[in-house]
Ligand binder design. Structure first.
Ligand SMILES: C[S@@+](CC[C@H](N)C(=O)[O-])C[C@H]1O[C@@H](n2cnc3c(N)ncnc32)[C@H](O)[C@@H]1O
Length: 228
């Protein structure tokens, strides 16, 4: 078997009498388990709306068009709604199969899809762009403690002054085949404070997909404006 080229979407598999192309799943640890089930997962993610997910925080979203970064965008449900609302949206998604689903489902929208990942977001940081809104919906708990620290540093760099991070954290049993950690809202607020973010909203709620064993924390973390 040949190794895939960097950034390749599929891998060429050669056996003695056959050549075929298989989709390439991400090598990002936190993305484990997403590629193989991408179309089922995309339907599940699209079965709820942005307004249902962010029900309790809708009043905190900017109304004026601004730069939005959706990290771990999945099928692009939230990226799509914010794009429809007139924002300029970059959707980062390391799982090629989910990225392809999102690009297809929301093909009529001007979402910029990027193959990058936490904790470093190296490709995006090279562009020196800054974002007014950063979304991390059901993503942060895929990172271990040292990755979360490095990721918060990246988020501080990518956030515009006065910008806001909206984050949801999953609590409950870890699904088979996934890499996930129990991460508390309290520890996340504390980590963010060390990088210049103030928590303006914290709430816990039931699962949007009706799983009784799962609960979610929601946070809004505002980047303090530096006084010169
Ligand atoms: C539970 S899904 C959430 C998708 C979407 N945000 C939503 O709410 O529907 C988690 C997503 O995080 C992505 N992910 C996992 N590890 C990641 C990492 N290290 N950096 C960026 N995204 C990651 C997965 O590929 C997957 O799309």
């Amino acid at each position: 078997m040949r190794l895939p080229a960097r950034g390749a979407r599929s891998v060429r598999v050669e056996t003695t009498n056959q050549t075929s192309f298989l989709p390439m799943s991400s090598t990002v640890p936190g993305a484990a388990g997403y590629g193989a089930n991408a179309s089922v997962l995309a339907s599940q993610y699209e079965s709820i709306t942005f307004s249902e997910v962010y029900r309790d925080l809708l009043h905190l979203f900017p109304v004026q068009p601004c730069a939005v970064l959706d990290i771990g965008a999945g099928s692009g449900r939230d990226a799509a709604e914010l794009s429809r609302r007139g924002h300029q949206v970059v959707a980062v998604e390391p799982t090629a199969e989910l990225r392809a689903e999102g690009q297809h489902i929301h093909r009529e929208l001007a979402i910029e899809w990027v193959d990058d990942h936490l904790p470093t977001l190296a490709a995006l940081r090279r562009t020196k762009r800054r974002f007014d809104v950063v979304l991390l919906t059901a993503v942060w708990m895929h990172l271990d403690e040292s990755e979360r620290s490095a990721a918060m540093e990246a988020l501080a760099e990518l956030s515009a002054e006065g910008g806001v991070i909206f984050m949801s954290l999953r609590h409950g049993p870890i699904p088979e085949g996934r890499r996930m950690f129990e991460v508390s809202a309290k520890d996340t607020i504390q980590l963010a404070a060390g990088f210049g973010f103030r928590c303006d909203f914290e709430a816990e709620r039931e699962d949007m997909l009706g799983r009784s064993e799962v609960r979610w924390s929601f946070l809004a973390l505002h980047k303090r404006v530096a006084h010169r």
